[in-house]
Design a protein around this ligand. Structure first.
Ligand SMILES: *Cc1c(COP(=O)(O)O)cnc(C)c1O
Length: 503
């Protein structure tokens, strides 16, 4: 099968052991000259209680062994800098080096968030400009840059909604969420103290307006709309949805994590959306990875502005910028300082580097997804046929006939040198293959991907076992993902003394 694999796969040491296993007594990574001053007594400096005589099994290795060990480990990771990362909904786009250059500039990299405001005017100016850009892109009136992730943005948004209703006498009880929404939406609504009521999509994957009219009762606080939905489809009746809600005093929240399908083309504020979050670590090219740091700014209409989390960036007389903590209706703080400053700087660099070209980034993201859709529509089942935006969602219905599932195909894709796409999500598509190329990919890389996927589709009929037992080129095969999440072993102990998950 190897002649079918056209993309270079990783050539790394696949048998790297634990650093503990490389240890031999007495090895050191450094050698210092003999001490020529009196030795400090660690017991005195730290207090006897804090003193540890030694660490059991502490690895003793030389400098080059340490370097090689961690360098080899680092090559096991798949990264956007190695190749296409088509993880649907996650928007794994290229992190431009100009972002990094700007973030490392003197005066930005060395700035401390809690310097006095007189000394932080430049950094506050950066934040102000980013706020202006994001308000322009979203068509909203006010914004907070504080939330550290999309999900935290959602929570902030719902707390704003709750504050608004509470101020009007009743926080209300329910939040409506379509079945095509992102999974974080219902989780957020519950954490914000609301009951979740599901809205069924119609056969085209859109919110059913007639059904919605019946569901919006006076105890509905808001509807959370993922747009484009997790089917990669634009929700086409947003103004009508907003009207139905507003007529009953409810608000419209838009999950704008995937604004990369809309930026520069459509403004949610113009469509009747009251509040939304953005994922700077998706749409605006800042790194994800390792759980962050990210940024999930929340933009809103005027009616929600009084409840903004503190501090709020304010322009005083003479153009001086200040952080305003005195806001009586604020929901309080949601994050230290004003959010992840280094991430905010990178997002601004991305926006300014594109300028009006941001619209083209959006068009290219949509075109790339549709190029893949066209290239694969004969090989894979496409359950919803409305035009695709930034991602395309197939199902494994054809391959399932030979017992091959979306998970098998995703694992086989690793052998072809690609990171898997998103599997089994959205939930309304059984056996989903959710593919998002982003605007970063060239036609050559897209062709390689299409070629790999078609080749796997062929394997699924000719040699299904090859796909079902994939991956074949990785150090480990199929991991116990549930076990890894539920019973993580986070600390190595000398053999015979396996630590418990609680460690
Ligand atoms: C990624 C994503 C989120 C959650 O964002 P995090 O930064 O991972 O918390 C929410 N909604 C949608 C549609 C997303 O794609």
């Amino acid at each position: 099968m190897s002649e079918r694999i056209k993309k270079a796969t990783r050539q790394t040491n696949q048998n790297e052991g634990l650093i503990f296993e490389k240890s031999s007594p007495g090895k050191r990574a450094f050698e210092l000259p003999p001490l020529d001053v009196p030795a400090a007594d660690p017991a005195k400096a730290l207090g006897e209680a804090h003193r540890r005589g030694g660490v059991e099994g502490f690895p003793e290795v030389s400098e080059i062994e340490v370097i090689r060990h961690f360098t080899r480990l680092s090559t096991w990771n798949y990264a956007i800098d190695l190749g296409m990362y088509p993880l649907g909904s996650c928007t794994m786009k290229y992190n431009p080096r100009v972002n990094e250059f700007v973030a490392r500039l003197n005066g930005i990299a060395t700035e401390h968030p809690y310097q006095p405001q007189e000394l932080s005017q430049g950094c506050l100016k950066v934040l102000q400009l980013l706020e202006k850009c994001l308000l322009e892109i979203t068509g909203m009136d006010a914004i907070t840059l504080q939330p550290a992730a999309g999900a935290q943005g959602e929570l902030t948004g719902l707390l704003l909604i709750r504050a608004h209703h509470t101020k009007n006498g009743n926080p209300r009880k329910k939040v409506l969420i379509p079945d095509s929404a992102h999974g974080t939406n219902p989780a957020t609504a519950v954490i914000a103290g609301y009951e979740v009521e599901n809205i069924k999509s119609n056969a085209e994957g859109q919110v059913d307006l007639a059904h919605l009219r019946e569901q919006v009762t006076p105890d509905v606080a808001a509807l959370m709309l993922t747009n484009p939905s997790t089917l990669g489809i634009f929700e086409q009746q947003i103004p009508q949805i907003a009207e139905v809600l507003h007529a009953k005093g409810a608000l419209l929240y838009m999950d704008g994590a995937n604004m990369n399908a809309l930026a520069g083309i459509t403004k949610p504020g113009d469509l009747g959306v009251d509040v939304m979050h953005l994922n700077l670590h998706k749409t605006f090219s800042t790194p994800h990875g390792g759980g962050g740091p990210g940024a999930g700014p929340v933009a809103m209409k005027k009616i929600l502005e009084p409840y903004l989390p503190v501090p709020v960036l304010a322009e005083k007389e003479g153009g001086r910028l200040a952080l305003d903590f005195q806001r009586k209706d604020s929901i309080g703080r949601v994050r230290a300082f004003v959010g992840n400053f280094g991430v905010l700087v990178r997002a601004l660099a991305y926006i300014l580097a594109y300028g009006p070209g941001l619209r083209q980034a959006t068009e290219d993201a949509v075109m790339n997804a549709n190029y893949i859709r066209k290239g694969l529509e004969d090989a894979f089942d496409l359950p919803y046929t409305k035009p695709s935006m930034h991602e395309v969602v197939f199902s494994d219905a054809i391959q399932k006939k030979n017992g091959v599932s979306t998970m098998d195909i995703a694992k086989r894709l690793i052998d072809y040198g690609f990171h898997p796409y998103t599997t089994a999500f959205p939930l309304i598509v059984p056996g989903a293959l959710m593919i998002e190329p982003t605007e970063s990919e060239s036609i050559e890389e897209l062709d390689l991907f299409i070629d790999a996927m078609k080749s796997i589709a062929l394997e699924a009929t000719e040699t299904p076992d090859l796909v079902k037992t994939a991956p074949h080129t990785t150090r480990v095969r199929r991991l116990d993902e549930v076990g890894a999440a539920r019973k993580p072993i986070l600390r190595w102990k000398p053999s015979g003394k396996r630590s418990e998950a609680a460690d």
